[in-house]
Ligand binder design. Structure first.
Ligand code: NAD
Length: 352
């Protein structure tokens, strides 16, 4: 089996972490007998320098013609003074939009070996954490009408039925393959848009009688995540609440260098990237943690290439490297073996 993969290494630590992830994918391909055909394209700061735009048309075309997109990270201080719409990060937003990616998946998994890194007390973490936030990416107050007057300003919070239906289906499908518990988060006690959201989610729920659906107000959800996170399996929410809750959920796992993400659209095309940025402070020093990117590759295998077994093998190989005591500096604790970006990727490959 052959798959077309668009490769965007990006800026800062982007090339280092993506190279580490590619080694892991090479090992998985050998084991499972499939071929990834990469086309490397530019986006972000490097694209500004070489092509004059943070998102050249060629990049969009190659990504659209691919089965999945792998992205390292974009941005850096040398491009900070450019106008907002010409900055590296603008390329990323535009790329998500061009590819119709409306569902952002952020798993917050706390590996046992990294329990010390969580800001939560051990008695709250209990058996561990495995929460998946499904955030809608293309609607809500971010894309509604924006008005600024001299003495007032407002942003329209709007969701349409098709937007809610399609993100709800993504969340129900995923919940169906996990613990079958879905929590939809809104502010239906106050907002009309939330009451509409809730009613549409309830309609979609009819198609998934095997999944238990709960509703929580966002203020309560924020609280529950830090007092009893184990109650959650999949959280479904809109763009604004999802922005905040996915950061909160991620951070209870301790380290930004560990957290993968997937952005999905209608078909199987998805974009896979770590949630962290380009870390210019450590770029080119072989200090970056490649595990968030490596775990994003597991998500790619799971959601775009339909290879659950290979995805689990990557996740287990990462867990084993942590069990063996290997740590990059961002997750270092006393008594562990500090390794660089390249070495950490090699350890994961060895475990595969
Ligand atoms: P950052 O995530 O790049 O770095 C924050 C801190 O975390 C830094 O100290 C960094 O060294 C550390 N860190 C991040 N990833 C790490 C890793 N894999 N291993 C070890 N340490 C890691 O955030 P920032 O400093 O606010 O932003 C730097 C640049 O990245 C900016 O230009 C920003 O706009 C951009 N950015 C890009 C994305 C993206 O491409 N998706 C996301 C966020 C920020």
């Amino acid at each position: 089996m052959n798959f077309k993969i668009a490769l965007i290494k990006g800026d800062g630590i982007g090339p280092e972490i993506v190279d580490g992830a590619l080694k892991v994918l090479e090992a998985v391909q050998k084991k499972h007998d499939f071929v990834l055909e990469y086309t490397e394209v530019l986006a972000g700061g490097i694209a500004i320098d070489r092509k004059g735009s943070p998102l050249p048309q060629e990049t969009i075309d190659v990504c659209k013609a691919s089965d999945a997109v792998i992205l390292g990270a974009l941005g850096g201080p040398q491009w900070d003074n450019l106008p907002g719409d010409q900055r590296p990060e603008a390329g990323l937003l535009e790329l998500r939009k061009s590819l119709g990616l409306f569902a952002n998946l952020r798993p917050a998994i706390l590996f046992d070996e990294l329990k010390d890194a969580s800001p939560l007390k051990p008695e709250i973490i209990g058996e561990g954490l495995d929460v998946l936030v499904v955030r809608e990416l293309t609607g809500d107050v971010y894309f509604g009408e924006k008005v600024k007057e001299d003495n007032a300003a407002w942003d329209k919070m709007i969701y349409t039925r098709p937007e809610v239906e399609r993100i709800a289906r993504v969340a129900f499908e995923i919940a169906r393959n996990r613990k079958k518990i879905l929590t939809s988060v809104d502010k239906a006690n106050v907002l009309e848009v939330s009451r509409f959201w809730r009613s549409v989610v309830l309609e979609v729920a009819q198609e998934y009688p095997d999944v238990t659906l709960n509703h929580l107000y966002v203020d309560n959800a924020a609280m529950q995540l830090v007092i009893n996170p184990a109650q959650f399996d999949v959280i479904l929410t809109g763009n604004l609440f999802g922005d905040i809750l996915s950061d909160e959920a991620s951070m209870i796992t301790g380290s930004i260098g560990m957290l993968p993400s997937a952005s999905l659209g209608e078909g199987t095309l998805g974009m896979y990237e770590p949630i962290h940025g380009s870390a210019p402070d450590i770029a080119g020093q072989d200090k970056a943690n490649p595990l968030a990117t490596i775990l994003s590759m597991a998500m790619m295998l799971r959601y775009s290439l339909n290879m659950e077994k290979a995805a689990l093998e990557i996740e287990n190989a990462v867990r084993k490297a942590l069990q063996q005591g290997y740590r990059t500096v961002d997750i270092m604790s006393p008594g562990m073996k500090v390794v660089g970006c390249e070495e950490m990727a090699n350890r994961v490959v060895e475990n595969l």
